[in-house]
Design a protein around this ligand. Structure first.
Ligand SMILES: [Zn+2]
Length: 441
């Protein structure tokens, strides 16, 4: 609005109306100008404070200069006389050797307004090229060369970096959600293989030493190595178990007899008749290792009907196993269903998976599934928004089922689905535990 008013005034003001009591002074703050270089022009006006004055803004023609800005100073009034001043920043692209300018102020009257002009002020044009040739080829132009390194301030493109980061995170999440299980399995097998090779190397070395010269310490060392490795493999605390306690774990009778013989060697000083006892221990470790790496990726689910009695027999076999997660045997195992949901924009993936473990571990698994859904479920329309609260609720509400002392519906369902495999491995506790681990993972 102000700009509009000023334009009208600029057009409508008569140039030859004088206002004697208004003193205007306009001058450049430098005496020369170069092409494109900004110069400052100061305009000051002294006038009776009863007057209303207007000073030009960007709509005024500052020819031959171009407007690029201005700075105001507050009005200073003393004894009825006001002083106003402002500084214009102007740029010239003309190459005239002398360039002049006068910027007026406007005194507003009742009917019209009066322009009051200062005296012209002059700038000298400062040349950069002194002799201008008539014609010249491009490579012979008298241009100054400068091959110095020009330091440009480095700017961090935060928006681009944030976008790249988001794309990377979303990409990695998708890869993990699709291939995560396979990647984990690959690393797990790799680690198992390395551990096994290290065990075999160390065990053979210790066995060679024992053959070279029998000592009680050597026999004990072999037993410790074996127990440590078996503990790593099966997550059963062999190193803390005595032979009597180890007997409670479903190991074959040869191994148990050998453990007794080794005990006699260590504590009774009775040397075993051959090193075969240690060879058998190694064979047992190898068997456990192979059971672990060959745990089926996908179990053939049942096709034939099993009777309730048969299913309950399988349920019982599962219930009495050590927990495949924490290894404890104090509480009977039970089942749960893990509800997971994750979404990206319009895509939502849901899964319901059975798991078998001790009540405490099942509770943790359900909580983890709720957290997973709570973090990754919401980000899809519309199913992500609808399924996420439902799945969080189902996970947290499963506590009642997992804390039952009786086998719950999930464990029975699990036994029904995997009946053929459980039936085949009924008497092999280690294989069954490995099976539970692979299904739970
Ligand atoms: Zn557990």
């Amino acid at each position: 609005m102000k700009r509009f008013i000023l334009i009208m005034l600029t057009v409508g003001c008569g140039a030859n109306v004088s206002a004697q009591s208004v003193a205007v002074r306009g001058q450049f703050l430098t005496d020369s100008v170069s092409v494109g270089q900004p110069v400052k022009y100061a305009l000051t006006v002294r006038y009776p404070s009863a007057f209303l004055l207007l000073m030009p803004d960007s709509t005024f023609k500052f020819e031959p200069f171009e407007w690029s800005g201005r700075t105001y100073f507050p009005t200073h009034t003393e004894n009825g006389v006001s002083l106003d001043s402002l500084v214009y920043q102007l740029t010239s692209f003309e190459i005239d050797s002398i360039q002049t300018l006068a910027v007026p102020v406007f005194v507003v009257n009742k009917q019209d307004c009066t322009a009051v002009w200062p005296e012209n002020d002059t700038l000298f044009f400062s040349k950069r090229v002194f002799q201008l040739p008539d014609s010249l080829s491009a490579n012979a132009l008298p241009l100054r060369t400068n091959t110095d390194y020009w330091k440009v301030p480095w700017q961090l493109n935060t928006i681009l970096i944030a976008l790249a980061l988001i794309v990377t995170v979303v990409g990695l999440t998708i890869v993990w959600l699709i291939f995560g299980k396979r990647i984990r399995r690959y690393w797990r097998l790799r680690k198992l293989n390395r551990q096994h090779l290290a065990f075999v190397r160390q065990f053979n070395q210790q066995l060679d030493q024992l053959q070279a010269g029998y000592t009680v310490g050597g026999a004990e060392g072999l037993l410790v190595s074996w127990k440590q490795y078996m503990e790593q493999l099966s997550e059963i605390p062999y190193t803390k178990f005595t032979t009597q306690e180890v007997k409670k774990i479903n190991l074959n009778t040869t191994v148990l007899a050998n453990l007794t013989k080794i005990d006699l060697a260590i504590y009774g000083g009775i040397r075993p008749d051959s090193i075969q006892v240690f060879q058998d221990l190694k064979a047992e470790a190898e068997k456990t290792y192979h059971a672990k790496i060959s745990a089926p990726k996908k179990i053939q689910k049942t096709t034939r009907e099993y009777s309730t009695d048969e299913v309950m027999k399988f349920v019982h076999a599962l219930q009495t196993l050590p927990c495949p997660v924490c290894g404890q045997k104090d509480n009977q195992l039970n089942g749960t269903k893990l509800y997971r949901v994750w979404s990206i924009i319009l895509f939502t993936s849901t899964s319901k998976k059975l798991a078998v473990a001790c009540p405490a571990c099942l509770r943790k698994k359900n909580r983890r599934a709720a957290l997973f859904s709570g973090l990754l479920g919401w980000w899809g329309i519309p199913w992500g928004l609808l399924r996420t609260p439902q799945y969080i609720y189902l996970n947290l509400n499963s506590k009642r089922q997992t804390q039952l002392s009786q086998p719950n519906q999930h464990l029975i369902q699990f036994a029904q689905i995997y009946a053929p495999y459980i039936e085949k491995k009924m008497n092999d506790e280690i294989q069954l535990m490995e099976f539970l681990k692979s299904v739970n993972s």
